[in-house]
Design a protein around this ligand. Structure first.
Ligand SMILES: Nc1nc2c(c(=O)[nH]1)N[C@H]1C(S)=C(S)[C@@H](COP(=O)(O)O)O[C@H]1N2
Ligand SMILES: [Mo]
Length: 328
């Protein structure tokens, strides 16, 4: 993501690689979560419950169908969840520094309480919600998702969170709302990275309304059964598993419902490199590196990058008829 210093993918991977290999874990053990947790959760799927079958089928694709669940369950048998250590020590969070180790080091004192989120724009029920009021009405679900960074590394992360569509329903968006933007807190006193013009702060990204309402889209509040660590975006962050990681905004303080496609931070900083849609697509390279392969943190060999990060069955119908090279 660096725009000043052209990122050298090779070097950014070699350094952490030795460290990860040394502490690689083969099964989830942390946080009191056992094999039952892993087994019950469908990688890339829709949580583990019959609950999810209520998801409305979209034309041509039925995100909540049993077929999807089976497909994703098979994927889960082949992919290991990354360790808690991997997930919490190798981060992108430029508010706390641009090196992968910076967020863990610099975010420990960040205050996540009290916290509130402002909802405004084209909704019937706007307001400012304290964290508990926002989260408490909902059931927190387990979702094991791949995370694919635009820099060509990836992880598998066991999140806990709330389907964004459930939260959005409470705000009663108007039919005129076509996009929703997510804004990270602006607090240069606490966030050393915001004292430098690395990006245009505060960090903003956005989804089309149908993307925001997709059953896979999550507001994460935890991982590995623990509250979300500060470096991963506490107290709440977006997770959109079929898009490059930069769409998944951390430390959200605002959601705005708007009529037209908003300006987003990375897209504005380098429009040729970071598209608005940012769907994971092995056929559309970044101008400076291939997107056809990726390094799974903890593995030696690169693996093939999957269309929509492996969630094509669930999300491809959202983009039917669109030119994915132009709308990258
Ligand atoms: N506010 C904010 N959100 C952010 C970022 C950031 O720098 N600032 N980095 C993004 C990028 S590039 C990625 S890959 C993911 C990384 O999430 P993780 O560190 O929890 O794995 O967060 C995304 N969300
Ligand atoms: Mo990223």
């Amino acid at each position: 993501m660096l725009i000043r210093r052209p990122p050298d993918i090779a070097s950014s991977e070699i350094t952490p690689e030795s460290a990860y290999l040394a502490r690689r874990e083969f099964i989830v053990r942390a946080g009191g979560l056992g094999a039952a947790f892993v087994g019950a959760t469908l990688l890339g799927g829709l949580g583990c419950g019959t609950d999810d079958v209520r998801a409305e089928p979209r034309d041509g694709g039925s995100p909540g169908s049993a077929t999807d669940a089976v497909t994703t369950a098979q994927a889960s048998a082949q992919e290991k969840v990354n360790s808690y250590e991997d997930i919490t020590s190798y981060n992108n969070y430029y508010e706390f520094g641009t090196d992968k180790a910076d967020p863990r080091e610099n975010a420990q004192q960040f205050r996540t309480r009290p916290w509130s989120v402002t909802v405004d724009g084209l909704v019937k029920k706007p307001g400012t919600f304290a964290f508990d009021d926002l989260v408490k009405p909902h059931t927190v679900e387990d979702r094991v998702y791949r995370l694919r960074c635009v820099e060509a590394w990836s992880m598998v992360i066991p999140w806990q969170g709330i389907p964004l569509r459930d939260m959005i329903a409470r705000f009663e968006p108007l039919p005129s709302a076509k996009f929703v933007t997510f804004t990270t807190v602006l607090d240069p006193q606490q966030m050393p990275g915001q004292r430098r013009q690395v990006l245009d702060w505060p960090y903003v990204d956005a989804l089309r309304m149908d993307e925001a309402m997709h059953p896979l889209t999550l507001i994460a509040t935890g991982l590995y059964g623990k509250p979300l660590p500060n470096q991963n975006g506490a107290p709440l962050r977006l997770v959109v598993p079929w898009k490059y990681g930069f769409k998944s905004v951390k430390a959200i303080v605002k959601m705005s419902f708007v009529a037209s496609q908003p300006t987003t931070t990375w897209n504005a900083s380098a429009p040729d490199e970071y598209g608005f849609y940012a769907n994971v697509n092995p056929e559309v390279d970044h101008p400076r590196w291939t997107q056809s392969r990726e390094r799974r943190i903890g593995e030696f060999r690169r693996r093939e990058t999957l269309m929509f990060n492996g969630y094509a069955d669930q999300v491809a119908s959202l983009y039917r008829g669109m030119d994915l090279r132009r709308n990258f």
